[in-house]
Design a protein around this ligand. Structure first.
Ligand SMILES: Cc1cc2nc3c(=O)[nH]c(=O)nc-3n(C[C@H](O)[C@H](O)[C@H](O)COP(=O)(O)OP(=O)(O)OC[C@H]3O[C@@H](n4cnc5c(N)ncnc54)[C@H](O)[C@@H]3O)c2cc1C
Length: 414
Protein backbone atom coordinates (compact mmCIF):
# COMPACT_ATOMS: atom_id res chain seq x y z
CA UNK A 1 0.00 0.00 0.00
CA UNK A 2 1.28 3.41 -0.99
CA UNK A 3 1.39 5.88 1.88
CA UNK A 4 0.68 9.49 1.11
CA UNK A 5 3.27 11.31 3.14
CA UNK A 6 2.56 13.62 6.00
CA UNK A 7 2.53 16.57 3.65
CA UNK A 8 -0.83 15.54 2.19
CA UNK A 9 -3.00 18.39 3.33
CA UNK A 10 -5.53 15.99 4.92
CA UNK A 11 -2.95 14.16 7.01
CA UNK A 12 -3.80 14.28 10.71
CA UNK A 13 -6.53 16.85 10.14
CA UNK A 14 -9.77 16.98 12.10
CA UNK A 15 -12.72 17.16 9.67
CA UNK A 16 -16.31 17.73 10.74
CA UNK A 17 -19.10 16.92 8.30
CA UNK A 18 -22.24 18.94 9.11
CA UNK A 19 -25.28 16.85 8.15
CA UNK A 20 -25.57 13.10 7.63
CA UNK A 21 -27.83 13.50 4.60
CA UNK A 22 -27.25 12.45 1.00
CA UNK A 23 -24.26 14.66 0.21
CA UNK A 24 -22.49 14.36 3.57
CA UNK A 25 -22.68 10.56 3.70
CA UNK A 26 -21.68 10.21 0.04
CA UNK A 27 -18.60 12.31 0.79
CA UNK A 28 -17.68 9.96 3.67
CA UNK A 29 -18.17 6.78 1.61
CA UNK A 30 -16.32 8.22 -1.39
CA UNK A 31 -13.30 9.44 0.57
CA UNK A 32 -12.72 5.93 1.89
CA UNK A 33 -13.31 4.33 -1.52
CA UNK A 34 -10.75 6.63 -3.20
CA UNK A 35 -8.15 5.66 -0.66
CA UNK A 36 -8.92 1.95 -1.05
CA UNK A 37 -9.15 2.02 -4.83
CA UNK A 38 -5.88 3.93 -5.17
CA UNK A 39 -4.38 1.58 -2.62
CA UNK A 40 -3.41 4.62 -0.61
CA UNK A 41 -3.25 5.48 3.01
CA UNK A 42 -2.90 8.94 4.47
CA UNK A 43 -0.68 8.66 7.47
CA UNK A 44 -1.66 9.79 10.01
CA UNK A 45 -5.21 9.62 8.63
CA UNK A 46 -7.67 12.48 8.94
CA UNK A 47 -10.10 12.13 11.82
CA UNK A 48 -13.67 12.55 10.54
CA UNK A 49 -16.93 12.93 12.44
CA UNK A 50 -20.44 13.61 11.19
CA UNK A 51 -22.80 15.75 13.24
CA UNK A 52 -26.44 15.19 12.30
CA UNK A 53 -29.41 17.09 13.72
CA UNK A 54 -31.95 14.27 13.40
CA UNK A 55 -32.42 11.95 16.35
CA UNK A 56 -31.56 8.69 14.62
CA UNK A 57 -31.31 6.95 11.26
CA UNK A 58 -34.97 5.89 11.70
CA UNK A 59 -36.17 9.47 12.15
CA UNK A 60 -38.45 9.39 9.10
CA UNK A 61 -39.80 12.99 9.52
CA UNK A 62 -38.93 14.82 6.31
CA UNK A 63 -37.58 11.66 4.75
CA UNK A 64 -40.90 10.09 3.80
CA UNK A 65 -40.48 10.71 0.12
CA UNK A 66 -38.73 8.99 -2.72
CA UNK A 67 -35.94 10.18 -4.96
CA UNK A 68 -35.52 9.50 -8.64
CA UNK A 69 -31.92 8.67 -9.27
CA UNK A 70 -30.92 9.42 -12.83
CA UNK A 71 -28.18 8.89 -15.36
CA UNK A 72 -29.18 11.34 -18.10
CA UNK A 73 -26.81 14.11 -19.27
CA UNK A 74 -28.36 16.60 -16.80
CA UNK A 75 -27.81 14.30 -13.87
CA UNK A 76 -25.64 11.33 -12.90
CA UNK A 77 -26.56 9.85 -9.53
CA UNK A 78 -26.74 6.32 -10.98
CA UNK A 79 -23.18 6.55 -12.24
CA UNK A 80 -21.94 7.73 -8.81
CA UNK A 81 -23.68 4.84 -7.04
CA UNK A 82 -22.12 2.46 -9.55
CA UNK A 83 -18.65 3.92 -8.95
CA UNK A 84 -19.17 3.50 -5.20
CA UNK A 85 -20.22 -0.15 -5.71
CA UNK A 86 -23.60 0.62 -4.16
CA UNK A 87 -25.85 0.35 -7.19
CA UNK A 88 -26.85 -3.29 -6.63
CA UNK A 89 -27.81 -2.56 -3.04
CA UNK A 90 -29.83 0.47 -4.18
CA UNK A 91 -31.61 -1.49 -6.92
CA UNK A 92 -32.41 -4.23 -4.39
CA UNK A 93 -34.29 -1.66 -2.28
CA UNK A 94 -35.72 0.47 -5.07
CA UNK A 95 -39.38 1.16 -5.70
CA UNK A 96 -41.34 -0.27 -8.61
CA UNK A 97 -41.01 1.69 -11.84
CA UNK A 98 -38.08 2.73 -13.98
CA UNK A 99 -39.51 5.63 -15.95
CA UNK A 100 -41.31 8.94 -15.62
CA UNK A 101 -44.70 9.62 -17.22
CA UNK A 102 -46.60 12.80 -17.97
CA UNK A 103 -50.25 11.80 -17.55
CA UNK A 104 -53.59 13.15 -18.65
CA UNK A 105 -55.77 13.92 -15.66
CA UNK A 106 -57.48 10.52 -16.02
CA UNK A 107 -53.97 9.00 -15.71
CA UNK A 108 -53.71 7.75 -19.24
CA UNK A 109 -50.12 8.33 -20.35
CA UNK A 110 -49.34 11.40 -22.44
CA UNK A 111 -45.55 11.10 -22.68
CA UNK A 112 -43.32 8.42 -21.18
CA UNK A 113 -39.70 9.30 -20.50
CA UNK A 114 -37.53 6.21 -20.46
CA UNK A 115 -33.88 7.24 -20.10
CA UNK A 116 -31.64 5.80 -22.79
CA UNK A 117 -29.45 2.89 -21.67
CA UNK A 118 -26.05 3.86 -20.26
CA UNK A 119 -23.09 1.60 -20.82
CA UNK A 120 -22.15 -0.25 -17.67
CA UNK A 121 -25.46 0.40 -15.90
CA UNK A 122 -28.00 -2.41 -15.63
CA UNK A 123 -30.75 0.21 -15.31
CA UNK A 124 -30.67 3.89 -16.26
CA UNK A 125 -33.11 5.30 -13.67
CA UNK A 126 -34.33 4.16 -10.27
CA UNK A 127 -36.63 5.48 -7.59
CA UNK A 128 -35.88 4.80 -3.95
CA UNK A 129 -37.16 6.01 -0.58
CA UNK A 130 -34.80 8.72 0.65
CA UNK A 131 -34.57 6.95 3.99
CA UNK A 132 -33.40 3.75 2.24
CA UNK A 133 -30.77 5.56 0.22
CA UNK A 134 -29.49 7.21 3.38
CA UNK A 135 -29.51 3.90 5.25
CA UNK A 136 -27.37 2.26 2.53
CA UNK A 137 -24.91 5.15 2.45
CA UNK A 138 -24.68 5.08 6.24
CA UNK A 139 -24.06 1.32 6.28
CA UNK A 140 -21.15 1.78 3.89
CA UNK A 141 -19.15 4.45 5.65
CA UNK A 142 -15.90 3.44 7.26
CA UNK A 143 -16.19 2.36 10.94
CA UNK A 144 -13.53 4.96 11.69
CA UNK A 145 -16.06 7.73 10.90
CA UNK A 146 -18.47 8.34 13.78
CA UNK A 147 -21.95 9.65 13.02
CA UNK A 148 -23.39 11.53 16.01
CA UNK A 149 -27.19 11.73 15.81
CA UNK A 150 -29.08 14.42 17.71
CA UNK A 151 -26.03 16.68 17.36
CA UNK A 152 -27.31 19.66 15.39
CA UNK A 153 -24.86 22.42 14.55
CA UNK A 154 -25.97 25.84 15.72
CA UNK A 155 -23.25 28.06 14.39
CA UNK A 156 -19.87 28.23 12.71
CA UNK A 157 -17.00 30.67 12.92
CA UNK A 158 -13.86 30.76 10.76
CA UNK A 159 -10.73 31.79 12.63
CA UNK A 160 -7.87 33.78 11.12
CA UNK A 161 -5.55 30.77 11.36
CA UNK A 162 -7.92 28.85 9.04
CA UNK A 163 -9.44 26.66 11.72
CA UNK A 164 -13.18 26.56 12.31
CA UNK A 165 -15.12 26.73 15.57
CA UNK A 166 -18.32 24.72 15.44
CA UNK A 167 -20.98 25.31 18.10
CA UNK A 168 -23.48 22.51 18.54
CA UNK A 169 -27.11 23.04 19.53
CA UNK A 170 -26.32 21.51 22.95
CA UNK A 171 -23.81 24.32 23.53
CA UNK A 172 -20.71 22.16 23.05
CA UNK A 173 -17.93 23.83 21.00
CA UNK A 174 -15.23 22.20 18.92
CA UNK A 175 -12.35 23.40 16.83
CA UNK A 176 -11.69 21.60 13.53
CA UNK A 177 -9.39 22.06 10.54
CA UNK A 178 -12.06 21.61 7.90
CA UNK A 179 -15.84 21.73 7.94
CA UNK A 180 -17.81 20.09 5.13
CA UNK A 181 -21.15 21.89 5.32
CA UNK A 182 -23.67 19.37 3.95
CA UNK A 183 -26.53 20.47 6.17
CA UNK A 184 -29.09 21.07 3.47
CA UNK A 185 -30.93 24.06 2.08
CA UNK A 186 -31.36 25.85 5.41
CA UNK A 187 -27.67 25.37 6.29
CA UNK A 188 -26.76 26.99 9.61
CA UNK A 189 -23.16 27.21 8.45
CA UNK A 190 -24.21 29.22 5.41
CA UNK A 191 -26.32 31.55 7.52
CA UNK A 192 -23.35 32.13 9.80
CA UNK A 193 -20.63 32.83 7.25
CA UNK A 194 -22.35 33.37 3.87
CA UNK A 195 -25.38 35.30 5.01
CA UNK A 196 -25.60 37.08 1.64
CA UNK A 197 -26.49 33.74 -0.02
CA UNK A 198 -30.17 33.40 0.77
CA UNK A 199 -32.92 31.10 -0.40
CA UNK A 200 -35.41 32.70 -2.77
CA UNK A 201 -39.00 31.76 -3.44
CA UNK A 202 -39.36 30.04 -6.82
CA UNK A 203 -43.06 30.86 -7.21
CA UNK A 204 -44.87 27.61 -6.31
CA UNK A 205 -46.49 26.29 -3.12
CA UNK A 206 -47.00 22.54 -2.62
CA UNK A 207 -49.26 20.49 -0.40
CA UNK A 208 -47.81 17.01 -0.07
CA UNK A 209 -48.38 13.81 1.85
CA UNK A 210 -47.76 10.12 1.64
CA UNK A 211 -50.20 7.27 2.09
CA UNK A 212 -50.37 4.67 4.80
CA UNK A 213 -48.87 1.35 3.72
CA UNK A 214 -51.15 -0.06 1.02
CA UNK A 215 -51.91 -3.68 0.20
CA UNK A 216 -50.30 -2.98 -3.13
CA UNK A 217 -49.47 0.10 -5.14
CA UNK A 218 -52.37 0.95 -7.48
CA UNK A 219 -51.76 1.22 -11.24
CA UNK A 220 -50.14 3.09 -12.90
CA UNK A 221 -47.72 3.86 -10.03
CA UNK A 222 -46.91 0.19 -9.66
CA UNK A 223 -44.92 0.66 -12.88
CA UNK A 224 -44.07 4.33 -13.24
CA UNK A 225 -44.20 7.68 -11.47
CA UNK A 226 -45.03 11.07 -12.85
CA UNK A 227 -47.01 14.25 -13.16
CA UNK A 228 -50.25 15.69 -14.43
CA UNK A 229 -49.80 19.17 -15.89
CA UNK A 230 -51.84 22.23 -14.93
CA UNK A 231 -55.42 21.19 -14.28
CA UNK A 232 -57.07 24.50 -13.25
CA UNK A 233 -53.55 25.68 -12.36
CA UNK A 234 -52.82 22.66 -10.15
CA UNK A 235 -49.78 20.53 -10.91
CA UNK A 236 -49.88 17.00 -9.51
CA UNK A 237 -46.96 14.68 -8.84
CA UNK A 238 -47.46 11.06 -7.76
CA UNK A 239 -44.85 8.40 -7.05
CA UNK A 240 -44.24 5.39 -4.86
CA UNK A 241 -42.62 6.68 -1.68
CA UNK A 242 -41.42 3.20 -0.87
CA UNK A 243 -42.39 -0.29 -1.98
CA UNK A 244 -45.84 -0.15 -0.32
CA UNK A 245 -46.85 3.47 -0.03
CA UNK A 246 -47.18 6.44 -2.35
CA UNK A 247 -46.53 10.16 -2.29
CA UNK A 248 -48.79 12.81 -3.76
CA UNK A 249 -48.03 16.49 -4.10
CA UNK A 250 -50.28 19.16 -5.56
CA UNK A 251 -48.83 22.59 -6.26
CA UNK A 252 -49.97 25.96 -7.49
CA UNK A 253 -48.34 29.23 -8.49
CA UNK A 254 -48.27 32.06 -6.01
CA UNK A 255 -46.78 35.59 -5.82
CA UNK A 256 -45.69 35.03 -2.27
CA UNK A 257 -44.68 32.06 -0.15
CA UNK A 258 -47.25 30.43 2.09
CA UNK A 259 -46.63 29.71 5.78
CA UNK A 260 -44.50 26.53 5.68
CA UNK A 261 -46.00 23.65 7.66
CA UNK A 262 -43.62 20.74 7.97
CA UNK A 263 -45.03 17.24 8.52
CA UNK A 264 -45.76 16.53 12.14
CA UNK A 265 -46.06 20.17 13.22
CA UNK A 266 -49.80 20.77 12.65
CA UNK A 267 -52.79 20.27 14.93
CA UNK A 268 -55.59 17.93 13.78
CA UNK A 269 -57.67 20.99 12.88
CA UNK A 270 -54.88 22.48 10.77
CA UNK A 271 -54.32 19.15 8.98
CA UNK A 272 -58.05 19.07 8.21
CA UNK A 273 -57.90 22.59 6.71
CA UNK A 274 -54.87 21.74 4.55
CA UNK A 275 -56.46 18.47 3.39
CA UNK A 276 -59.68 20.25 2.55
CA UNK A 277 -57.75 22.74 0.34
CA UNK A 278 -55.88 19.82 -1.26
CA UNK A 279 -59.16 18.00 -1.88
CA UNK A 280 -60.52 20.98 -3.83
CA UNK A 281 -57.34 21.21 -5.87
CA UNK A 282 -57.42 17.48 -6.62
CA UNK A 283 -61.07 17.20 -7.59
CA UNK A 284 -60.43 16.88 -11.35
CA UNK A 285 -57.91 14.04 -11.12
CA UNK A 286 -59.01 10.46 -11.76
CA UNK A 287 -57.88 7.20 -10.16
CA UNK A 288 -55.55 6.46 -8.49
CA UNK A 289 -55.67 9.97 -6.96
CA UNK A 290 -58.96 9.57 -5.01
CA UNK A 291 -57.67 6.28 -3.55
CA UNK A 292 -54.32 7.78 -2.61
CA UNK A 293 -56.02 10.78 -1.04
CA UNK A 294 -58.35 8.55 1.00
CA UNK A 295 -55.35 6.61 2.31
CA UNK A 296 -53.35 9.73 3.24
CA UNK A 297 -51.26 9.38 6.37
CA UNK A 298 -52.37 12.49 8.26
CA UNK A 299 -49.12 12.92 10.15
CA UNK A 300 -47.24 13.19 6.83
CA UNK A 301 -49.23 16.17 5.48
CA UNK A 302 -47.05 19.20 4.79
CA UNK A 303 -47.13 22.56 3.05
CA UNK A 304 -43.89 23.86 1.62
CA UNK A 305 -42.64 26.57 -0.69
CA UNK A 306 -40.40 25.84 -3.67
CA UNK A 307 -37.14 27.63 -2.86
CA UNK A 308 -33.71 27.65 -4.39
CA UNK A 309 -30.43 29.51 -4.39
CA UNK A 310 -27.75 30.32 -6.97
CA UNK A 311 -24.58 28.36 -6.19
CA UNK A 312 -21.56 30.23 -4.85
CA UNK A 313 -17.85 29.47 -4.97
CA UNK A 314 -16.22 28.04 -1.87
CA UNK A 315 -13.18 29.46 -0.13
CA UNK A 316 -11.57 29.07 3.26
CA UNK A 317 -11.95 26.01 5.49
CA UNK A 318 -15.75 25.66 5.36
CA UNK A 319 -16.70 23.86 2.15
CA UNK A 320 -20.38 23.84 1.22
CA UNK A 321 -21.82 21.00 -0.83
CA UNK A 322 -25.30 19.84 -1.90
CA UNK A 323 -28.33 21.95 -1.09
CA UNK A 324 -26.24 24.03 1.33
CA UNK A 325 -24.29 25.35 -1.67
CA UNK A 326 -26.97 25.31 -4.38
CA UNK A 327 -30.40 24.64 -2.91
CA UNK A 328 -32.90 23.47 -5.47
CA UNK A 329 -36.61 22.79 -5.10
CA UNK A 330 -38.16 19.33 -5.55
CA UNK A 331 -39.27 20.53 -9.00
CA UNK A 332 -35.66 19.97 -10.11
CA UNK A 333 -36.03 16.24 -9.33
CA UNK A 334 -32.24 16.38 -9.20
CA UNK A 335 -31.03 17.74 -5.82
CA UNK A 336 -30.08 14.32 -4.45
CA UNK A 337 -28.30 13.41 -7.69
CA UNK A 338 -26.36 16.69 -7.42
CA UNK A 339 -25.58 16.13 -3.72
CA UNK A 340 -24.19 12.65 -4.47
CA UNK A 341 -22.07 14.00 -7.32
CA UNK A 342 -20.84 16.79 -5.03
CA UNK A 343 -19.85 14.42 -2.22
CA UNK A 344 -18.08 12.13 -4.66
CA UNK A 345 -16.29 14.84 -6.62
CA UNK A 346 -15.14 16.75 -3.54
CA UNK A 347 -13.69 13.55 -2.04
CA UNK A 348 -11.96 12.74 -5.33
CA UNK A 349 -10.44 16.20 -5.69
CA UNK A 350 -9.35 16.21 -2.06
CA UNK A 351 -7.47 12.95 -2.48
CA UNK A 352 -5.90 13.94 -5.81
CA UNK A 353 -4.96 17.58 -5.14
CA UNK A 354 -1.89 18.84 -3.34
CA UNK A 355 -3.67 21.75 -1.66
CA UNK A 356 -7.15 22.28 -0.32
CA UNK A 357 -7.61 25.41 -2.45
CA UNK A 358 -6.82 23.49 -5.67
CA UNK A 359 -9.21 20.70 -4.70
CA UNK A 360 -11.99 23.14 -3.91
CA UNK A 361 -11.50 25.14 -7.09
CA UNK A 362 -11.65 21.97 -9.20
CA UNK A 363 -14.74 20.85 -7.28
CA UNK A 364 -16.52 24.19 -7.77
CA UNK A 365 -15.64 24.20 -11.48
CA UNK A 366 -17.51 20.91 -11.85
CA UNK A 367 -20.37 21.50 -9.47
CA UNK A 368 -21.45 25.08 -10.16
CA UNK A 369 -22.33 24.86 -13.87
CA UNK A 370 -24.29 21.62 -13.45
CA UNK A 371 -26.27 22.90 -10.47
CA UNK A 372 -27.08 26.16 -12.31
CA UNK A 373 -28.49 24.00 -15.13
CA UNK A 374 -30.53 21.92 -12.69
CA UNK A 375 -32.00 25.05 -11.07
CA UNK A 376 -32.87 26.55 -14.47
CA UNK A 377 -34.55 23.28 -15.38
CA UNK A 378 -36.60 23.40 -12.16
CA UNK A 379 -37.88 26.87 -13.11
CA UNK A 380 -38.93 25.49 -16.48
CA UNK A 381 -40.69 22.59 -14.75
CA UNK A 382 -42.59 25.02 -12.54
CA UNK A 383 -43.68 27.01 -15.62
CA UNK A 384 -44.59 23.91 -17.62
CA UNK A 385 -46.25 22.03 -14.76
CA UNK A 386 -48.68 24.82 -13.94
CA UNK A 387 -49.37 25.92 -17.51
CA UNK A 388 -52.89 25.88 -18.89
CA UNK A 389 -54.78 26.20 -22.18
CA UNK A 390 -52.71 26.90 -25.29
CA UNK A 391 -49.52 27.14 -23.20
CA UNK A 392 -50.00 23.64 -21.89
CA UNK A 393 -50.52 22.34 -25.40
CA UNK A 394 -47.33 24.10 -26.57
CA UNK A 395 -45.29 22.78 -23.65
CA UNK A 396 -46.44 19.20 -24.25
CA UNK A 397 -45.35 19.49 -27.88
CA UNK A 398 -42.03 20.96 -26.73
CA UNK A 399 -41.53 18.15 -24.18
CA UNK A 400 -41.97 15.56 -26.88
CA UNK A 401 -39.31 17.30 -28.99
CA UNK A 402 -36.91 17.60 -26.03
CA UNK A 403 -37.45 13.93 -25.14
CA UNK A 404 -36.65 13.02 -28.72
CA UNK A 405 -33.44 15.09 -28.84
CA UNK A 406 -32.16 13.84 -25.48
CA UNK A 407 -32.72 10.28 -26.65
CA UNK A 408 -35.45 9.49 -24.13
CA UNK A 409 -37.75 6.80 -25.33
CA UNK A 410 -40.76 9.11 -25.59
CA UNK A 411 -44.11 7.50 -26.29
CA UNK A 412 -46.98 9.85 -27.14
CA UNK A 413 -50.53 8.72 -26.91
CA UNK A 414 -52.54 11.77 -27.78
C1 LIG B 1 -40.55 16.08 -1.75
C2 LIG B 1 -39.16 16.06 -2.34
C3 LIG B 1 -38.89 15.29 -3.45
C4 LIG B 1 -37.60 15.26 -4.00
N1 LIG B 1 -37.37 14.48 -5.10
C5 LIG B 1 -36.11 14.39 -5.59
C6 LIG B 1 -35.82 13.50 -6.66
O1 LIG B 1 -36.70 12.80 -7.19
N2 LIG B 1 -34.54 13.42 -7.13
C7 LIG B 1 -33.55 14.18 -6.59
O2 LIG B 1 -32.40 14.06 -7.04
N3 LIG B 1 -33.79 15.04 -5.56
C8 LIG B 1 -35.04 15.16 -5.05
N4 LIG B 1 -35.29 16.00 -3.99
C9 LIG B 1 -34.23 16.87 -3.47
C10 LIG B 1 -33.28 16.15 -2.55
O3 LIG B 1 -33.95 15.48 -1.50
C11 LIG B 1 -32.30 17.13 -1.94
O4 LIG B 1 -31.88 18.05 -2.91
C12 LIG B 1 -31.10 16.38 -1.39
O5 LIG B 1 -31.51 15.56 -0.31
C13 LIG B 1 -30.02 17.34 -0.95
O6 LIG B 1 -28.99 16.61 -0.35
P1 LIG B 1 -28.09 17.29 0.78
O7 LIG B 1 -27.15 16.27 1.25
O8 LIG B 1 -27.56 18.58 0.29
O9 LIG B 1 -29.10 17.66 1.91
P2 LIG B 1 -30.02 16.68 2.73
O10 LIG B 1 -30.14 15.37 2.10
O11 LIG B 1 -31.24 17.49 3.02
O12 LIG B 1 -29.18 16.44 4.06
C14 LIG B 1 -28.94 17.46 4.97
C15 LIG B 1 -28.80 16.79 6.33
O13 LIG B 1 -28.35 17.78 7.25
C16 LIG B 1 -29.09 17.66 8.44
N5 LIG B 1 -29.06 18.97 9.08
C17 LIG B 1 -29.79 20.07 8.77
N6 LIG B 1 -29.45 21.08 9.58
C18 LIG B 1 -28.48 20.61 10.39
C19 LIG B 1 -27.72 21.19 11.43
N7 LIG B 1 -27.91 22.47 11.79
N8 LIG B 1 -26.79 20.44 12.05
C20 LIG B 1 -26.59 19.13 11.68
N9 LIG B 1 -27.29 18.52 10.71
C21 LIG B 1 -28.22 19.27 10.07
C22 LIG B 1 -30.46 17.22 7.99
O14 LIG B 1 -31.18 16.61 9.04
C23 LIG B 1 -30.12 16.26 6.86
O15 LIG B 1 -29.96 14.95 7.30
C24 LIG B 1 -36.57 16.04 -3.42
C25 LIG B 1 -36.84 16.82 -2.29
C26 LIG B 1 -38.11 16.84 -1.75
C27 LIG B 1 -38.37 17.70 -0.53
Amino acid sequence: MKTIHEQHFLSGKYIIVAGGGIGGLTFCVALQRFLENNNQEINPPPHIVVYERELSLDDIGREGYSLSIRSDPLSGGMQILQKLDLLDQILGESNPGTYFTVFNNDFTPLIEFQSPPVEGLSQSTASIARSKLREILHKNISPSIAVHWNHGIESVEELENGQVIVTLMNGHQEKCDLLIAADGSNSKGRRAIRSQNELRFAGAVSIAARTQPLEKLPPPIDKTWGSVLGVNGNFLFVAPSDQRSALWSVSYLSDKPSEPRPAGTMSEEEIEQVLSEAHQRLVSFGEPMPTLFKKTLRSSVSVFNAKDMEPFRNHGSVIFIGDAQHAMSPFAGNGANMAMMDGYKLAEQMILAKHLSTAVQAYDDLCIPRSINAIKMSHRTIAIGHSQGIWKYMWVTMLKIVAYFFGFNSKSEQ
